[in-house]
Structures are given as structure tokens and as C-alpha cells.
Design a protein around this ligand. Structure first.
Ligand SMILES: [Zn+2]
Length: 87
């Protein structure tokens, strides 16, 4: 049963290592975390044409359910025009 014990030991060591890493840096945000800071810029989708744009470069419009980002002023106008006509 030498191999089994070795595997169990490796698992325990890995768990301890992960736990230690987590305890060592409790406040460091993970890379996958949502980047809520707009200064950093993030990829947002234009709801009108579906193109992805950087939030820093995007045309912003206030909407009832939040802020929307568009690739251009024309797209924003078109989107709200369509919404107004219920299409
Ligand atoms: Zn667009």
C-alpha cells in the first residue's frame, strides 16, 4: 500500500498548501474577479450591434436597468429608438 499512502500524503500536502495560500493573502482579489473599476477598462457589449468595446472608449447611456455601453453614438441612438418603438 506504499503508493496509496504516497498519494494520500500528496493530496494532504496540496490541500495544506492551498489553504496556506488562501490564508496568506485573504484580501488579494483573484484574477477572474469582475473588474468593477472602470478606470481599468473592461470589455462591454454593445447591445445594438453586438460588438465588444472597451468601457473607457464606449459611448455610455443611462438605462432604467443600469448603464449601457455602445460602440458609437449612432448605435446608442438606434438602440433607444428601437426600444421606444417596441421593436
Ligand atoms: Zn454598435
Amino acid at each position: 500500500m506504499g503508493l496509496m499512502r504516497l498519494m494520500l500524503f500528496a493530496l494532504a500536502a496540496m490541500a495544506a498548501y492551498l489553504l496556506f495560500k488562501r490564508l496568506a493573502s485573504p484580501f488579494r482579489p483573484s484574477v477572474e474577479a469582475d473588474q468593477g473599476d472602470d478606470r481599468l477598462g473592461r470589455l462591454v457589449q454593445d447591445p445594438n450591434c453586438g460588438v465588444y468595446v472597451d468601457s473607457k472608449e464606449a459611448v455610455r447611456r443611462k438605462a432604467p436597468d443600469g448603464e449601457l455601453f455602445f460602440c458609437s453614438k449612432e448605435c446608442a441612438d438606434t438602440f433607444f429608438e428601437k426600444a421606444r418603438h417596441g421593436a
